[in-house]
Design a binder for this molecule. Sequence first.
Ligand SMILES: [Zn+2]
Length: 242
Amino acid sequence: MDRNLKEIRKALESAEHVVVLTGAGISAESGVPTFRGADGLWNNKSIVELATPESFDRDPRLVWEFYNWRRGMMATKEPNPGHYAIARLEKKVENFTLVTQNIDNLHRLAGSENILELHGNVWRVRCLGCRKEYEERKHPMDEPSYCECGGLLRPAVVWFGESLPHGILEEAFRVSATAEVVLVVGTSAIVYPAAQLPLVALQSGARIYEINLEPTPFSGQATESIFGKSGEILPQIIPEES
Ligand SMILES: [Zn+2]
């Protein structure tokens, strides 16, 4: 095995407090579109304009149509070996937190349990009337959908221009500040506030290992960066039997 991979494996085996931060890259390997570049359109409409509170205020039917499409697409995707490796790691580490920017639920499907979903989850909804938030697996949803209280339902995901759920973000900062080892997987970590998490960990003396397809602005600061598919690299660092 690559010397660098061995080093990461050893660091993980001796750590009692580990944080893993994941982004779109790990799910892209399962076929979930990242909505970057040419992927940034749905029915010729810009995702950046659709996934906003303004767009939902203007046309909740259209936004639900878009989310029905996303939910239907995500329902066909499965976790890859990278997701499963992260779920295995959780079983081995005393104090483990997975912080994800992904809304696709693939980490849960792979068996991860202690997850902070920074951007929400596509299978959850929130009522704009009674403010209740809950899991809703029905598919397709009505366009638009209503709560039993009569209030308008929206996907419980963070849209462009919205702030991240406060309690979850706070907890992500707390665990990052006390982690011994942080794995940054499949995220360029350039978008605030997720980008701050590895920096906070670094300042507290954690070792940060980055696994990304290509170098990112964060690469220079990581303890070690490994470039390649997380679905191939993570199972080497976190093997099935060890
Ligand atoms: Zn309601």
